[in-house]
Design a protein around this ligand. Sequence first.
Ligand code: MOS
Length: 738
Amino acid sequence: MNAFIGKSEKRVDGRLKVTGRAQYAGDFHLPGQLYGVIVSSTAGLGEVTSIDSAAVESMPGIVAVISHVNAPKLAYKPHKAFIDPQVGERLHMFQDGGIRFYGQPVAVVVADTLDHAERGAQALSIRYDRKRPKVDLRDPSLVTLVPEAMGEEASKSRGDVRQAIAGVVTVDNEYDIARENHTPIETHATLASWSGDKLTLWTKSQFVVNEQAEIAAIFDIDPANVQVNSPFIGGAFGTSLRTWPHVTVAAIAAKMTGKPVKVTLSRKQTFYTTGHRPLTHQRVRLSATPEGRLTHVEHEGTAETSRYEQYAEALVSATQYMYSCPNLSTHYHLQPCDTSTPTYMRGPGEASGIFAIESAMDELAYKLGMDPIALRKANEPTVDEGSGLPFSSRSLVQCYEAGAKRFGWEKRSSEPASMKDGRLMVGWGMASGTYPVWFAPASARARITPAGAFEVEAAASDMGPGTYTSITQVAAETLGVPMNAVTFRLGQSDFPPTPPHGGSMTMASVGSGVRVACQGLQAELLKLATTNMSSPFAGAPVEELYWETGGLRRRGKRQQLGYRQLAALNPTSDPITVTATGSRGEEASKYSMHAFGAVFVEVAIDPDVYTMQVRRMVGAYGAGRIINPRLATSQCVGGMIGGMGMALMESTVLDRRDGRPINAHMADYLVPVNLDIGNIQVHFLDEEDVHVNSLGVKGLGEISLVGVAPAIANAIYHATGKRVRHLPIRIENLLHEA
Ligand code: MOS
């Protein structure tokens, strides 16, 4: 019986958000705080030769100009979380004058007001010994490398890839995806405040316990002396997983001035040092029998990284398990260039790799004269052929069917450029999506107050999907109390540790932790009920007791011991508190665990000027148990819009002369707005997966973006007969391409 799990509960923090009382990092203020404005390098490579601080220091309100010239030498002790690139070293702040990429922080100007700090930052004259950065992946002098941390995993093959090509239908094409930046509405901000050796940070973070550990390593202080608070996040999508340079800069500035300092990145600066989806180049070769059975798949992908860190992601990994094919190889390479380190951006790896594979599958379907769904169904595997493991569950075929039905796919005419609406060309396209089920142990604390109220705490984050709400649902469900009897708090490093709020693992991981903490609390209360002499159940055999909505019952007895009564049995006045950590068994080594989805898209295109409109999208997902359909739908709508941005709009363009992102603002870095979006339908399969974790949750955030871009590209081909193999697809591409 589920009282709350699976129900569309309203956001518990909705009122706080719409009334403006939810406090985001930049909303925090401390008495006497100063403002720091980072000065970003206008050289793309080279060295700072001089900084004219004196001129700025005499300007109104300026408190300090901090750079490598006067900043303290910091410990930068080794620190790597699993979200950090495993090879390389993070950028060190103000430790030398070297410039590795355009926009690198070179100084921070600290003043009494934001206005004064901005004026000072603008006036700061910096001279550089400028070198020409290499930022173009096609630059022949750039060398690719095998990501060291991946070793043999970077290249995997099965069967005989070389011989399998002959005598069958093949496609062999290259695919390019532009660099993308996350650009959430809330820009990054950090307020840093020292009190002696203790540092408190109010910051935007998807991983507060790591930010705590990392800042402690940088400053060589006890992590217990670093407190990180991040109660609300206005969108992140991966950009707040790592601890970026501005956090350290705020802490340095606060240390040097002896005052709290707030550093907020400008919109432009969020394109410099807070990660991006790496630009990728891919090649896919497919061969199939005339009946559409894949005989050979080859997928090579190269992604950019920085010179100082090897950021690696799962670009080609999904190809290993997506379809059945005896002869298959995948290769992954990195190409270091003079940019900042890329990072996870929603659907990291899979979103890019699946664009290439699902475009190629569409091309193959046309070559074979097959329906795109029929081709995919003909290659549906029974096990994960990459690992040899059975799938914990795999509902991809059901996703095709559910999505196709809702979309009306059977009315599609198969010929390209054959569907019209008046003068508009109409195209229907589809693609598959997938994303792994991640899980990591998360801890949580549950307590009951003397008044019988529940407080649950975990260090987790909520960047928008509704973690506050969905975790409250799990706690209320476990305890058998109303939603409003539970207060769930997150976003503090002094709460029990949780894994990063990313990789779509929060619901599974934190949910499991909260569940065991609540169960542990019940066990404590049960012990009190049977041992406390004033309890009506004193001395009762444990097997006669059971939990029911609102409290504890004894078999065959009428009386219920409510939570408030149970709390009153506590001999001390302290609340009863239990901390526990969620885990999962050996299942992960026995099963291949992935969410699957299918995306269907209708585009309408003007035949004269090729303006494109995505009229409707249908996404069908097999993602295990859905804790809150309302929130999950909202999450998927957001992800699908992100996929649409990837397909048609998003592209960070670098000036080849100096590596400057020339469209580092919302006027020229395009993302879909309401007028672009059309109708979006989300459908969840009723998928039960007992292997993935105790909640049966697979995660949704990432997969909702995966598969959207190829579905749109495939729809555009269907509308026009023009195949565009790079993203974003723009009007000029359709005008020019054959
Ligand atoms: Mo998401 S890219 O795992 O924040």
